[in-house]
Design a protein around this ligand. Sequence first.
Ligand code: ATP
Ligand code: MG
Length: 376
Amino acid sequence: MTAPAPAPAETGAVRAADRDTAAAESTKESAQESVQEGTRESANPLIATTAEGHHRILTGDRPTGPLHLGHYFGTLRNRVELQSRGLELMIVIPDYQAITDRDRADHPAEHAENLVLDYLAAGVDPERATIFTHSAVPALNQLMLPFLSLVSVAELSRNPTVKDEIAHSRQSAVSGLMFTYPVHQAADILFCKADLVPVGQDQLPHLEVTRTIARRFNDRYTALFPEPQALLSRAPLLLGTDGGKMSKSRGNAIALGADEDETARLLRGAVTDPDRHIDYDPVNRPGVSNLLLLTALCQDRDPRAVAEEIGNGGAALLKRTATEAVNEYLRPLRARRAELAADRTVLREVLRTGNARANAVADRTLGEVRAAMGTF
Ligand code: ATP
Ligand code: MG
């Protein structure tokens, strides 16, 4: 199976622990911080140094819909880049997490297969990556029990991402799973002892839960787990067409697999502002700056240079520029996606193999946890 050429290396990715990791409480603050990331010019120190030793990367996406530009520029491009440098890549498709904010998962297996389609189209090498679903790995799920004992209810209830998700939830009552899924996520990461987690900004509070659980387990029992680091990209929080975080479940996303006309239509409807002069000002002009960042990411440029080029062209020219940039950048990925979509047995096989590999890893770790705790 030939993967497309690796995406160009992110130029601004940063290890979250190296900067202020306090997660922004409001979407506005997060969005502003996010687009500011796009101005970072430094070479990517983390990706450069991690290539030197053995690292295991774990990351994942809920099977709630197709992957979008936020996923691609937020984490997926980094995953492909790190894998192309020889790092071991695990991708969890957390199907149990699809029921954190809704009563029933809507076609989780079909969504999971479509996620595999997006991964392969984006350049993930399925021969080397382990792509698996939660529901198929019982030993991973069992880690949730001891891990729950390592965090307090107060810690769980002040998680800002959980609060934001509750605000957008489709449920009338908040379930226990909603409060505890960051612990489940700790099990996802620690079951395979991953030490590097490419994520978007919304995941930083969850990474802190994982780090806390690893530390407390190691202190209380035996040193077993690494304290994983988050890896943020230049776009840790890409905005959707409504100005909020681009999300599969919020009707504001541009899917990687969307066609060119649909991409144009969606970007035409993106929230901007009436000022005809286009400049890069993430704090005061988040909508405009988000489109500049998106264009810059596709063209491997600085968003301020894109703004200068547009000058007084207004939001309409900015949107046309962003549309052309996105469609051109994604053309090879979309062509590959269309080819791969012709044979879904390949997608199912990738999951079958990934689930078998993940089970072997989870069984081994659960054995170590039982020995450390003195249980059977
Ligand atoms: P849902 O609406 O179902 O929660 P989502 O779009 O938020 O879907 P997730 O599956 O929850 O996607 O997130 C998968 C990964 O993608 C996480 O690491 C998350 O931080 C990252 N991510 C999601 N949306 C964005 C975004 N807009 N910008 C950057 N990264 C993102
Ligand atoms: Mg989400």
